[in-house]
Design a protein. Structure first.
Length: 67
């Protein structure tokens, strides 16, 4: 029984860490569980961190080194 409860705690903690759930309290003191949506963007299309910027930089380095 102790192993089962420890396994449940570990699985629950992993689930709450991996899945973007959030608990929200309402005015009627009810708890609502909602699934958040991640919308991550890195920089502008011409920035060094964007996919196009990384590709451009790799192509420029390959051209300079004569590959």
């Amino acid at each position: 029984m102790k192993k089962l409860s420890m396994l449940g705690i570990i699985v629950g903690a992993a689930l709450l860490t991996a899945v973007p759930f959030s608990l929200q309290w309402s005015h009627e003191k009810n708890v609502a569980l909602s699934l958040d949506r991640a919308d991550a963007r890195v920089g502008q299309p011409l920035s060094a961190g964007s996919v196009a910027g990384v590709h451009r930089r790799a192509a420029r380095r390959a051209y300079r080194r004569g590959y």
